[in-house]
Write a protein that binds this ligand. Structure first.
Ligand SMILES: [Zn+2]
Length: 306
């Protein structure tokens, strides 16, 4: 079980009357009148031709209480949750000043970040977590499979990319999260989903976000790609491949009004934000089916090279 004393203001949300739900969806930390409303169009324009993992990007509103505060190449999500801000992912160490600047530009104080979460334990997504933890005092929570890599900064022993990717600065992890169990943050149903494959600790997130009477489920679905060190063959690891296939099936069925991905290019995120997110139930399914197709291609290639 986890314990989030600083944010555990109420138990997991159950169905609430509409009026109550709407009131609860209102942001807790208001944006000053001087703040310019961030648009996906500005983000798309600023990152046109720039895809570096640490290339600074302006912030953009995704929907309701949820904002993009990452770089041109790596997604970082800010949620204005009841009881404190939540940040999912930290990009690279180099990206941290721009992430903090984005949070401030939106009118939020980074010191109000209470909770730091992550998709997967690779340096391009969690390399900045340590500096963000130091800057905010926020607590990190993760699924059990991700805890040891997050603490050590080293890829897991069964991670297909182990040995091929640089280490990152480890963080203090305050507690474990469990698949499908919402965090004890009121009203938004922020839920981790175990989606292992890209890494053993890969975690996807869903939560509810509202604009007035309109509420959407945002699905921040982790990378699903079968990428590895040069000498690794997925065909030699049938159990790992089966785990990946189970993840694709699971992702295809996630509640998914608005899909967000750790690499924005993997789901054409900036273009979708520029138009305001198109809400289609097929976004997570398409993302999962694409990953399944690429895994099949990879396995066929390994077979041909045998
Ligand atoms: Zn990765």
């Amino acid at each position: 079980m986890i314990s989030l004393p600083s944010i555990a203001r109420s138990a997991r949300r159950v169905t609430a009357p509409a009026a109550l739900t709407l009131a609860a969806c209102a942001p807790q930390t208001s944006i000053p009148a001087t703040a310019v409303p961030p648009t996906g169009k500005a983000l798309a324009a600023a990152c046109d031709g720039r895809t570096g993992w640490s290339d600074p990007a302006p912030p953009a509103k995704i929907f309701g209480n949820s904002y993009y505060v990452g770089t041109c190449g790596i997604t970082v999500i800010l949620i204005d949750a009841p009881g404190g801000l939540v940040l999912i992912d930290g990009a690279t160490g180099e990206a941290v000043p721009s992430i903090l600047a984005n949070i401030r530009a939106l009118g939020f104080d980074p010191k109000n970040i209470r909770t730091l979460l992550a998709t997967h334990e690779h340096y391009d997504h969690v390399g900045g977590l340590k500096a963000l933890q130091d800057a905010t005092g926020a607590k990190v929570f993760a699924r059990r499979e991700a805890v040891a890599p997050l603490r050590s900064g080293e890829a897991d022993a069964i991670d297909p990319q182990r040995g091929a990717i640089p280490p990152f600065k480890g963080v203090t992890v305050s507690g474990e999260l469990h698949d499908g169990e919402a965090l004890p943050i009121a009203d938004i149903d922020l839920t981790p989903h175990a989606t292992p494959g890209h890494t053993p600790g890969s975690t996807s997130w869903t939560w509810k976000s509202c604009e007035g009477a309109v509420c959407r489920t945002i699905a921040y679905v982790d990378s699903l790609s079968a990428v590895s060190a040069d000498d690794y063959r997925f065909s030699d690891h049938p159990d790992y491949v089966a785990m990946m296939r189970a993840t694709f099936t699971k992702v295809a069925a996630l509640p998914c009004d608005i899909l967000v991905t750790p690499h924005p290019s993997a789901s054409d995120l900036f273009a979708r934000l520029a138009d305001r997110p198109e809400v289609t139930v097929s976004q997570c399914r398409e993302y999962a089916f694409g990953a399944a197709r690429r895994l099949d291609e990879r396995l066929a290639k390994e077979k041909a090279a045998k």
